[in-house]
Each structure stands twice: as structure tokens, then as C-alpha cells.
Write a protein that binds this ligand. Sequence first.
Ligand SMILES: Nc1nc2c(ncn2[C@@H]2O[C@H](COP(=O)(O)OP(=O)(O)OP(=O)(O)O)[C@@H](O)[C@H]2O)c(=O)[nH]1
Length: 351
Amino acid sequence: MNSEKIPATVITGFLGAGKTTLVRNLLATANGKRIALIINEFGDLGVDGDVLAGCGDETCTEDDIVELTNGCICCTVADDFVPTMTKLLNSDRRPDHIVIETSGLALPQPLVNAFNWPEIREQVTVDGVVTVVDSAAVADGKFAHDHHAVDAQRQADENLDHESPLEELFEDQITCADMIILNKSDLVNEAQMAGVEHDVRHSTQKRVKMIRAGKDNAPGADILLGLGVGTEADIENRKSHHELHHADGHEHDHDDFESFVVEGGEVSDMTALPQKLVDIIEKHDVLRLKGFCAVKDRDMRLVVQAVGNRIDTYFDRDWNEGEARVSRLVVIGLHDFDENGVKDEVAAALT
Ligand SMILES: Nc1nc2c(ncn2[C@@H]2O[C@H](COP(=O)(O)OP(=O)(O)OP(=O)(O)O)[C@@H](O)[C@H]2O)c(=O)[nH]1
């Protein structure tokens, strides 16, 4: 690896696996290293950047965070990512290291490939791709082969030859990894964890270092940075399902998933809110729900984070002066979920 190039670490992993949490810990343990952070989200709210900026850590300053919210990074590489990188590289505050958090639905391959573009290749190299895995979701069988769904899809369209969208994405993100973080180990027992390790190991042909992590033992910058792989040179060996099955140049898109924002006013009963949301999530099989709520008679903003039916809520910061006290939640599900039903029910919960 050319030592003059700026190393860039790509953090990927499915919706809610714990990427932003990991990035926060990475920044907090960076030991003065100047890190520029590029965050991409599916859904246009910019929750991740806002969560980091609202976390109060000195290391999470808004100056060094660039949010790309115009779509998923793997589909907007040319329009969004490359110009952002070029701007970053031409600025007077060149970083020591760049960290890119992809959206949970992104295929890392097109992003890594962008590091082979001439204007980027000369100045930056991919230090490594770190894939975060939600061990609890894997143990629940969320990414397991869903033969029933695939068969139903095949009957509907004989040209379709893919696994469930969740399984495909999971494997693509694992295939691209230089290091795998088996996260949320605190939510599973030892036997389940061994099963998760086995499943992940069998989702890729490569031997990749796997690290267990959880709420109280998140890996820091010393482990995540400095892999020195130069992944862009090896991208041909990490093809995604999409690249393998659509050699015709057919555009990859995210039609399998749907995302929207639900807005509401102040929530009157915050103690009832989590259960109301969990009921909606379970009824409609919502994959991810996150955002901020205003709560009646409270000066602070309530963060809401739900991954499947696991929900966390906490106050992160005071509402700023002049800031509208509104509640806004991003909801993400598979494309065939009842979007209007979810919108109405979430809106009703935000009252
Ligand atoms: N129990 C437990 N919860 C975790 C862990 N890591 C993250 N979480 C929680 O999981 C939820 C999602 O975490 P994020 O870090 O926002 O996940 P993400 O991958 O950035 O999510 P997206 O950007 O929406 O794909 C939050 O409520 C976190 O507090 C962990 O190791 N253990």
C-alpha cells in the first residue's frame, strides 16, 4: 500500500446492525487522529449524523461529518460519493483517515470499486471493509434461506433467480468484508453465538477475521483501523449476487425495500410509546424504525431506535431554540408491506 495515500475504512452491515454505534466508539478512541466521516443512509432524515452530533462526545463534531442522504451510496457513487471525496481531498483540512458508514441496504462492492476511479485512486486506498453483523438477528434466522418466499417469487416471475433480499444482502456484505464484527453478542447466549459464527463463516469462501462485540465491549480504532488491505485491488474476487447474476449492466436498485418518514407533533405519553411502536413493527414486519420525538412537557429530544421488535429510547439533547418540536421517524420495510397502514398507525402513536 502506498503510504502517502489516505486510508479509508468502509463500515457496512445490515439495517440496525450497530454501524453508527461502532463509528461512535471508533471516533472516541481515535487518539487525536483526524478522521473524516462520510455517512450514508437509506431514508432522507439523516438520523445517524444527528445521533452522532447529538451524542455530546468532543470527537463527534459536525465539521468532520458529511452526510449523503440522496439515496443509497452503492447507487449514487458517481453523483454523490465521488464528488464528496474529491472535495474532501482538495480541502485544506485533509484527514489522516476517512471512515465511510454505508446505509444498511448498500452493497459495498460498487463503493469499494469507486476507489479505482483515477481521481480517487491516486490519493486514497481502502484500508479495509468492516462488516457489522447483528448476531441476535442472525440467531433469530432473519437472514436464513427463505425457500418459501423464493419459490413464491419464482412462480410470479420465472426470470427471478435470487434468494430472499435479506439473505442476498447479508451475503454480499459478508463477501466484501476484510473484518467481521459479530455485534450484539450481549443479546445471545454462547451456543447461539457459536451458531452465528458458523453461519457467517459459511456465508463466505474467504477466511476473514471475526471479532465478537457487544454493548460493553465495542472494538475501538486500534482494532478497526490500520488493516492495510487495499481492498480496491481485490474487488474482482468479491462480486455481489447482483454482479454475478446481472452481467448485462442491469441497474441494481432497492426495489425490494421501502422507506418513508412519518411526522407527528408532541407525544403525550412517552411511557406508552415504545410498546405502541413494537405492536406496529410486529404487525407489519417493519425492519427498522428510527428518529426523534418531541415529548410533551420535556425539554429534551427523545431518540427512538428500533431494530425488528427490539426498541431503545433515550433523551439525547435539549431542543435548540427556534427548532420545531416535531416528531419524525424513518420507517423501513420490505417493499410489499402495508405502507399506508404503517403510516397511519405510526402517526397515531405520535400524538
Ligand atoms: N444490545 C446491543 N444493542 C446494540 C449494540 N450495538 C448497537 N446496538 C443498538 O442497536 C440499535 C441500532 O444501532 P445503530 O448503531 O444505529 O445501527 P446502524 O447499523 O447504524 O443502523 P442503520 O444505519 O439504520 O442501518 C441502537 O438502538 C443501538 O443502541 C450491541 O452491541 N448490543
